[in-house]
Design a protein around this ligand. Sequence first.
Ligand code: BJW
Ligand code: ZN
Length: 290
Amino acid sequence: MRPAAFLLRRPAWPNRKIAATTSLPWQNPVAAFTPLTCPHRLDTLPPMETSIHTLREALRHAQRVAVLTGAGVSAESGIPTFRGADGLWKNYQATDLATPEAFAKDPELVWEFYNWRRSLIGQKTCNPAHTALAQMEGVIPELALITQNVDGLHLMAGSRRVLELHGNIWRVRCTRCGREAMDRSPDMGKRPTCTACGGLLRPGVVWFGESLDPRILHQAVEAARRCQIMLVVGTSSVVQPAASLAFTARSGGAMLAEINLERTPNSELMDRVLLGKAGEILPRLVEGLS
Ligand code: BJW
Ligand code: ZN
């Protein structure tokens, strides 16, 4: 079911350019790694090949890696992103649908939007980007996969240490008693209610102006602080506090690489920017890693 065609206004979306931090001492032995037995002449390879090669060699020697993902990782599964030409916020106002105020004002409208998303996501499956990240977890001693996505596709692909910063679309929470449950029904109805107390249920996701689960955020910040390499994949890096995790990793001396179709406000912070599809680049990065 598509949401009512009432929201065909362009959102006035803030897109603050985040200032890059001053560069920090280069203390990370993984980031500084230079392959002495490199089988290729790096200077003869095109930039993308060089970046993939360098990153793969760094990953091969890394103990602790953090990956931050966003909607771009699920785009190749057919799930719309939020921003950009085909993004959800192009046609729907975030403030009408993804804030606690919007839910308080019109829960039926918000549930209509989420029922539409649930039915769409329920028909989709993981793509080569999700699979490559699950494979990467198998070869890196400590890999934390921090995702802003609520679609659950990283878990479906087999990733085990997944930190869902913005919740999960299949989770519901009672607005009266706080009880949480997983429910994979594609359509929850107009005003779903709690089986325990009859209170109104809401989607178990994090809306604008709401705090992230402090335990999950703490684990994500720790992973960013401790990692030797951070991969930032398929996110516009405009939503906080997720976007700041790259700064945290940088402050800890990590090597940073971004994989995206286009540059983002965080690109300046990166050691490597790989422009292209996550579903094409990530499998190549993982290829031959084990
Ligand atoms: C590809 C690709 C392919 C495409 N391959 N790439 C500090 C300063 C200013 C404001 C704030 C601040 N701190 C907090 C705020 C307020 C707010 C915020 O960040 N606002 C900014 C927009 C300015 N943050 C919050 O409110 C957060 N809460 C919080 O911080 O609490 C404390 C607090 C509150 C208030 C004030 C101060 C402190 C909560 C944020 C919750 C975000 N929720 C949503 C909805 C989730 C539920 C749902 O799904 O319905 O999360 S909004 C939406 O954006 C969703 C996403 O997870 C999130 C990020 O989007 P993402 O993943 O980056 O997607 P896109 O579409 O933006 O980008 C896709 C990218 O992929 C693009 O770059 C493409 O190029 C790329 N791409 N195809 C590779 N194939
Ligand atoms: Zn309840």
